[in-house]
Every structure is written in structure tokens, then in C-alpha cells.
Design a protein around this ligand. Structure first.
Ligand code: PGA
Length: 273
């Protein structure tokens, strides 16, 4: 029986893997290591940089790992120097597009309004947005984390129809927990994911909030992944550093598969679409 919320886990390469050779070698090694996994309960994705999309796609071949981009332009065409059109990403085989990563927000000035325009571009072009939300250290210290999350959800998802929202993936990634030694504590992750689900329920309804996948990102490693995935409202993981080795990434997929099987067995989320 399929899970109502198929678990999802992915590797965002940023620009760590920046040569085409390295990208191909990664994908081939992953294929060798993984061979296959239960795609009825888990979906894995890789987000290479734009220029490695085709190299990765070719080297993955029939391995059921989805491809995605780390950003997109909010318009299909026009005077947007340096941007990449959603039409091109679609043509390159992207299923996912990551939007609103903390680095895009802090280094490139991306706002929730920008993210919203890009979510709409994904909607028009049939790609699944991975929408990143999360508070800074300062916002957490001032006890503003929950308000920030709610505002981000409201603005980033403005005008998105409920049917599309069911397919979308939200990644809760506290901005202070990226690139660190440790992930956020299980308590913070649990409360925040519950908040995100409640926020979606307030904006839409209980049905949509139960369907949407909410994954966690920020200093996930092979030691803490199982513990984080055992939190009921966590539907997967987004990883960078610890996933840059394809053997380790295959390890993350196995850990997620194990958790998804456990959920199916005890009936959590079972019996969905
Ligand atoms: P990290 O990065 O896994 O290296 O902490 C996560 C991210 O930036 O999304």
C-alpha cells in the first residue's frame, strides 16, 4: 500500500560538485551503489548546478532519482540577464526546483515575494517547488521563529491553488543550522514542523495540510538522520555536505526507506493516494 505522504529526500549540490566529470562520476557511482529502492514510499532527488543537469541526467540513466534545479527565473522569457527560464529547466528534465534557500536570501537578496513569483512559474510549467522557510538565529532568540515561519508561508504560497499545494514540498531549514556540526534539536524540529502543518491548515484546510510533505534541512548527517526521520511530521530530508559522497547519499536513501517501511507497517499515513 502506498504512503499517503511519500517520503522525499534530496541532495542540493550548491556548487560543490562543479565539473562535469565529477558530476557524471557521482551519478554513476550512485547508480552502482543503489541499484534500486522502493519508489512507492520514497523519492530521492539531486539538485546539481544548471550546467550539470544534462550530465547528471545522462549518467543516472534509468535510476529513479529525480532531477531538480537550485533556482529559476519567474518569467519564461524576456529581458532577465543571467537568469534561467523555467521552460529550459523543464526541457532539461527537472521535476523539482528549490526556491528561497537561505543563501539565495542572504547573498542574492531574494524575498518571500520573489519566491512566490517563482512558485507560480513552477506551477505554470509543471515543476514541483521545494519551498525553503526558516528563521535566523536572531529571530529565534527573540522568540519570533513561529511568526517568521507563518509570514513566509503566507507570502511564498500566495495565490497557489490547493491542488498544486498537495504536490509541493516545504523544507523547514532553520538558517542558523545550515553548515554546522549539529542539526537543530529534535524538539525544535518537531515543534516547527507541527507549526508549518498548522500554518498550512490555517491558510488552506486540514486535508491539504495532511497531504503536503514537510522535510527538514540543516546539518543532517548519517548519525542524526534516523532520529530526525522518526519525528512524525518530518517527511524527509534535504542535505548538502553529508550527501556529496554518492555512497553516503545512497545510505541516506536506505535510512529513509527504512523509516517509510516502518510507517507503512504501523499504519501511520498508510492508505493514501
Ligand atoms: P548542510 O546544508 O546539509 O551542509 O548543512 C543544507 C542546506 O544548505 O540546505
Amino acid at each position: 500500500m502506498p504512503l499517503k505522504r511519500k517520503m522525499v529526500l534530496g541532495s542540493n549540490w550548491k556548487i560543490y560538485i562543479s565539473s562535469r566529470d565529477e558530476a557524471r562520476t557521482y551519478a554513476r557511482r550512485l547508480k552502482q551503489e543503489l541499484k534500486t529502492y522502493d519508489t512507492g514510499i520514497v523519492e530521492a532527488y539531486i539538485l546539481p548546478d544548471f550546467l550539470n543537469l544534462d550530465a547528471v541526467s545522462g549518467a543516472l540513466g534509468s535510476l529513479p532519482v529525480s532531477l531538480g534545479a537550485q533556482d529559476v527565473c519567474w518569467e519564461e522569457s524576456g529581458a532577465y540577464t543571467g537568469e534561467v527560464s523555467p521552460l529550459l529547466l523543464k526541457e532539461a528534465g527537472c521535476k523539482y526546483v528549490m526556491l528561497g534557500h537561505s543563501e539565495r536570501r542572504s547573498f542574492f537578496g531574494e524575498s518571500d515575494e520573489d519566491v512566490n513569483k517563482k512558485v507560480l512559474a513552477c506551477y505554470r510549467n509543471g515543476m514541483v517547488p521545494l519551498v525553503l522557510i526558516g528563521e535566523t538565529r536572531e529571530e529565534r532568540d527573540k522568540d519570533l521563529a513561529m511568526d517568521v515561519i507563518k509570514t513566509q508561508l503566507k507570502t511564498c504560497l500566495d495565490g497557489i491553488p490547493a491542488d498544486f499545494l498537495r504536490e509541493l514540498v516545504i523544507m523547514y531549514e532553520p538558517r542558523w543550522a545550515i553548515g554546522c556540526k549539529d542539526a537543530a534539536s529534535p524538539e525544535i524540529i518537531e515543534i516547527s514542523h507541527q507549526m508549518v502543518r498548522r500554518g498550512i491548515e490555517e491558510l488552506y484546510d486540514a486535508d491539504v495540510s495532511q497531504a503536503i510533505r514537510i522535510i527538514y534541512g540543516g546539518s543532517v548527517n548519517l548519525e542524526n538522520a534516523g532520529r530526525i526521520l522518526s519525528i512524525p511530521d518530518v517527511d524527509g530530508l534535504g542535505i548538502t555536505r553529508a550527501s556529496l559522497d554518492p555512497v553516503k547519499f545512497a545510505g541516506f536513501i536506505r535510512i529513509t526507506e527504512k523509516e517509510a517501511k516502518k510507517r507503512r507497517k504501523i499504519g501511520i499515513d498508510a492508505g493514501g493516494k
